[in-house]
Structure formats: structure tokens, C-alpha cells
Design a protein around this ligand. Structure first.
Ligand SMILES: Cc1cc2nc3c(=O)[nH]c(=O)nc-3n(C[C@H](O)[C@H](O)[C@H](O)COP(=O)(O)O)c2cc1C
Length: 358
């Protein structure tokens, strides 16, 4: 074991939370089956569950499956709800017309998306009793923060700017997850309207956040090999959170067209789009993403209306294994991802990072 101070900091962080390797599987809504979390936890990392679309029963079932197959090290995660969006039927009709080129006819009612009840989801996370509960796109309400603390659960708050990180620390976050703009999937910006205007790369964000807060920092965004892990630890992180690099693992069970495309996507071949859900997220530049970002395309509807409107297209795309229409989230380091068991990814990245930090 290296005695480099950055490695020592990471190891101490892991020990304080009862896991061994400072690699967290990102909680990835709709792409975080228990099988992936089990493989990551059994290799010494921390599993993760993006539960935003899951009903309370499904959250409890996920946690008990992971407990049954591993030492039970995992984080549960929710998006903090946005205010109810203002509906605009003219915008929605234009989106529905655009979507005719990409999937089945979309009914007007498809925009009436109902998300699971946030308070009930919070309650089920507390019942599941994970080591960590994380947030993205805002902060948990005070009363829930108090309940987490009373249950001995650590709150990891995602931040995309220094000011969000400081606000989260002031609100009681035990750890900040600094999400650089390289990250695959949705942006964690507290205010979605400002997300595209406040894109900060991890190389700038991470040391600035580490300097600004007293709590430990976890780095996320574009970390795809041991060099990324080592750099993040050097820049002040106590651990890393990785999403895209786990999506090619067999345990992730994502459609093969998406997993294969991740393996060939260059950094400049991803972009941030609102066209899948209405909230900005980083995807591979597919035919659908390219067409919807053309100036001739209509404006997307807000979250979660757009998610409802695109549901049929996304479902059809998955059935057809059609990368051009799949919601193909990926970070800028996608191409580093290897098709290998998740446990091997965890061990390889950690070995590589330690070899670099001797
Ligand atoms: C498919 C996918 C789904 C994601 N879903 C969530 C989510 O539900 N909650 C969350 O906090 N982060 C989510 N993220 C973002 C990750 O937490 C993390 O910031 C990101 O994966 C890091 O960048 P990387 O993909 O380059 O490793 C998601 C990322 C991906 C790729």
C-alpha cells in the first residue's frame, strides 16, 4: 500500500464508512440494477441506486437484494423535486409532432407524467438504512436531514459549483460530490434554468470545492481509468464516483447498442441535451440528439413533461436496440470504459491509481 498522503486520505475516508476502495458506483436512475451494486460492493467499493423513478417498494426490494448478495455497502439517491412545471400545450404539440419522426404517435396525455411521491421515497430510504443517502439537483428538506443524522446515515450532496457546495455544507451535508461538466447523465445543478450557463470542468471545480468546504469531497465526471482516480485524489478528493465506466460491465445489463457505443465515443462526441427528459443531461451525440439540437427543432418541454412525451420513443428504441434513439447517457471519457466485470473495473482503477501515487 502506498503511503502517499492522497492515498492515505482516501483510505481513511473509506474506513470511516466501512468500505475498502474509494470508488463509488454512481447512482444511475434506470441503469443501476442490484447486480451491478453487488459486484462493486463485493470488490470493496460502494454500490449505488438512483431511485428517482422507483416506488417505495422497489427501493426496499433493491436494498434487500444488494444486502443479500454483498456486505451491504451502498448509497441510495434521489433527485430533489423541481417546482411543478408550467405546461404549454403549443410547445408540447410541437414536441409531439417532432417525435413522429422517431417513434410511435404520442398522445397529448403522455405529458401528464406522475413521479413517485418524494416524501414516501424518503421514508423508504430511511427504512432501508443505507450507509449513505445522496442528493442531486438541490438539498433535502431540514426535517429529512435531521432524520438521516438521527439514523446515523451520511448525507452526500451533489454540487456542480462552489456556491452549491457551500450551500450544501451549510445545510448539513457530510460529504460533497463535486460533479464536473464531463459527467454522463443529468446535470446536478440546483437551478435547472442555469445548468448550461454554469458548466465547470472537474479540473477547476474539484480543487476549488476542496478549498471552500471543510467536509470531504468525492469527485465525479469523466473518471474512466486509474489516471483519473489518481488525479482526483491529488486535486483534493477523498474518493471518486463513477458512472459511465460501469455501463459496459455485464452486471449493468444496459442494451448492447448503448454499451458498444460507449466504447467508441470520443470526448467531443457527447453533448448536453434536454431532449430526453426536459432536464439537461450528457448523452452520446446520436441521430436523435443531433436532430433535436438543430436550430429548426422546436423547444423541448420542461421536466418531467418531456420525459413523459419521449417515453414511447425511448421504450421502442430499447426494444429495437437502436442507438440512434436510445437515451444514451455517457460522460466525456466514455471511450475509456471496458467491457469487463465490474469488480475488475474497481480493482483495476484502484491498482492503477496506487501505482501512480507512490
Ligand atoms: C446513466 C446515468 C444515470 C445517472 N443517474 C443519476 C441519478 O439518478 N442520480 C445522480 O445523482 N446522478 C446520476 N448520474 C450522474 C452520476 O451520479 C455521476 O455524476 C456521473 O456518472 C459521473 O460521470 P461519468 O459518467 O463520466 O463517470 C447518472 C449518470 C449516468 C451515466
Amino acid at each position: 500500500m502506498s503511503n502517499h498522503p492522497a492515498i492515505a486520505r482516501a483510505v481513511a475516508f473509506c474506513e470511516s464508512l466501512n468500505f475498502r476502495i474509494p470508488i463509488l458506483m454512481a447512482p444511475m436512475a434506470s441503469a443501476c440494477p442490484a447486480s451491478l451494486a453487488i459486484a462493486v460492493a463485493n470488490a470493496g467499493g460502494l454500490g449505488g441506486c438512483g431511485a428517482v423513478l422507483m416506488q417505495p417498494d422497489a427501493i426496499r426490494a433493491w436494498a434487500s437484494d444488494v444486502r443479500a448478495g454483498s456486505n451491504g455497502g451502498f448509497q441510495l439517491n434521489l433527485w430533489i423535486p423541481d417546482p411543478t412545471p408550467k405546461r404549454d400545450m403549443a410547445t408540447e404539440d410541437a414536441v409531439r409532432r417532432f417525435l413522429r419522426n422517431w417513434g410511435p404517435e404520442v398522445a397529448r396525455e403522455a405529458g401528464d407524467t406522475k413521479l413517485p411521491d418524494f416524501a414516501a421515497q424518503c421514508e423508504s430510504m430511511l427504512e432501508a438504512g443505507p450507509a449513505v443517502i445522496s442528493s442531486i439537483m438541490g438539498l433535502y428538506p431540514d426535517h429529512f436531514v435531521k432524520q438521516m443524522k438521527a439514523s446515523g446515515i451520511k448525507w452526500f450532496a451533489t454540487a456542480t459549483t462552489v456556491s452549491e457546495a457551500k450551500t450544501a455544507e451549510d445545510a448539513g451535508a457530510d460529504v460533497i460530490i463535486a460533479q464536473g461538466m464531463e459527467a454522463g447523465g443529468h446535470r446536478g445543478a440546483f437551478d435547472a434554468t442555469k445548468a448550461e450557463a454554469c458548466l465547470v470542468g472537474l479540473f477547476s471545480l474539484l480543487p476549488a470545492v476542496a478549498d471552500a468546504v471543510k467536509v470531504p469531497v468525492v469527485a465525479a465526471g469523466g473518471i474512466g481509468d486509474g489516471r483519473g482516480v489518481a488525479a482526483a485524489l491529488l486535486l483534493g478528493a477523498s474518493a471518486v464516483q463513477i458512472g459511465t465506466a460501469f455501463l459496459r460491465c455485464p452486471e449493468a445489463k444496459v442494451p448492447s447498442a448503448w454499451a458498444d457505443a460507449i466504447g467508441r465515443t470520443l470526448p467531443e462526441e457527447t453533448m448536453i441535451t434536454r431532449w430526453f427528459s426536459g432536464r439537461p443531461g450528457r448523452s452520446i451525440v446520436t441521430a436523435y440528439v443531433r436532430a433535436s439540437s438543430d436550430p429548426s427543432a422546436p423547444a423541448p418541454a420542461p421536466y418531467p413533461v418531456q420525459r413523459g412525451l419521449t417515453q414511447a420513443m425511448r421504450d421502442t428504441a430499447i426494444k429495437a436496440n437502436d442507438i440512434e434513439r436510445i437515451q444514451a447517457w455517457a460522460g466525456q471519457s466514455a471511450r475509456m470504459s471496458k467491457s469487463e466485470p465490474a469488480g475488475d473495473v474497481v480493482r483495476r482503477l484502484w491498482d492503477e491509481a496506487q501505482a501512480l501515487l507512490r
